[in-house]
Structures are given as C-alpha cells and as structure tokens.
Design a protein around this ligand. Structure first.
Ligand code: GRF
Length: 194
C-alpha cells in the first residue's frame, strides 16, 4: 500500500441537538470511502437528542454538554475538541449560538447547514416563512459560520422547487433529502482549504 505523506487528516466533530439525519448522512458518506475527513465525535447540548444513537451504531465517541452557562459550556466543548484532536466542526441542527470567542478559536473551521437559500430566510421556521411568502423555490445552504447568524460565506447551495400543494411538512422533507446530499459534497469542496 502506498503511504501518502503530507495529506491533511481532518478530524470532524458534528454538533447536534435533535434527530441527527444530517449527521447520519455524513457518517455514512465518510465511512464508506477513503477520504481524509473522518468523523470522530458527536457532540450534543441535548441529552435527549435522537441523533446520539448514531455514536453506538457507527462506533464513534459522543459527548453531551448541557448548557447552564454559555461561557462554561463552551470552555468544556473546546477542551473536548482539543482532547479529541478535532480540527473541523460541522453544525447539523445544533440549536445553540456559538460565541465570538468560540468561533475565533476555531478560525473559520466551523460549517453549518441551513434549510433555505441563504441569504434569504435566516433563522428559525424557514419553511413556514417561505410558504407564507408564496415563494416558488427554496432549498438548502452549507456555509461557514461567522459572528452573525446564518451569514457566513456560502460554500454550496441546492435549489428545490415548491409546489402549490406543499406544506411545511412536505417541503421540509424534500429539502432535508437534498441537505443529506449537499453537506458531504460541501465538505469535499472545502477540503483543500482546511
Ligand atoms: C436541518 O434542516 C438543518 O438544515 C437545520 O436543522 C435541521 C436538522 O435536521 N439546521 P437533522 O437533525 O439533521 O435531521
């Protein structure tokens, strides 16, 4: 076997608060292929997050850090990331805002997925707002995380057509399906810059 010298190894942590379907798709994608990106850690602020089950299924570490005080919680997170040699953070439905200090300490190595065509519809309840506005298209965006919510540099987007009959439920299902494809692709795209 040829040993590649100087190939960057990326150890990623995925942060979740809920279902973790994006986490699952990342785990599947980066497990099956010979990539230099490995998902090493699942981190959640919510002990009841359903996605935590993937730690056992995919045999990777999990860490739960409940927020009582943001400063303290972030200190714990940073020390956990350091301990596990994490050099990329992927947010996937993580329902906590990260402080400026935390973001700076990761120096642009934090990525997020958002279920709209940013810069439109930042924040929560995107599908409801998109439908109320009678938009014809929505979609999903993978972007770098900066100090403003859902405002960092866009890495990749996927457009999804909205039908007249679409509800919040059907639209979120359609978009989630595209999110699962987009997130791994976006990580591969930024790999050379990591
Ligand atoms: C996704 O729609 C993602 O775009 C948003 O939160 C949702 C998380 O879903 N940030 P899941 O936990 O990955 O299923």
């Amino acid at each position: 076997m040829v040993k590649l010298i100087g190939v960057k190894k990326i150890n990623a942590a995925v942060f979740i608060s809920g279902t973790g379907s994006n986490l699952r798709s990342l785990l599947i994608f980066f497990k099956n292929k010979n990539f230099n990106i490995k998902i090493k850690l699942i981190l959640s602020n919510n002990p009841k997050a359903k996605g935590l089950k993937y730690a056992k299924i995919f045999k990777i570490k999990k860490k739960i850090i409940v927020y009582k005080n943001q400063n303290l919680a972030e200190k714990k997170i940073l020390s956990c990331l350091k301990k596990n040699k994490i050099n990329l953070v992927c947010l996937a439905g993580f329902m906590r805002l990260l402080s400026r200090r935390f973001i700076n300490s990761f120096n642009g190595k934090i990525i997020n997925i958002h279920p709209s065509l940013l810069p439109k519809y930042k924040g929560l309840n995107t599908h409801r707002r998109v439908i109320n506005k009678k938009e014809r298209y929505s979609g999903c965006t993978v972007h770098y995380v900066n100090h403003k919510v859902d405002s960092g540099k866009i890495i990749m987007q996927k457009k999804v057509k909205i039908n007249k009959k679409d509800t919040v439920k059907t639209l979120s299902k359609k978009i989630l399906k595209q999110e699962h494809r987009l997130y791994p692709k976006a990580l591969l795209k930024i790999y050379p810059n990591l």
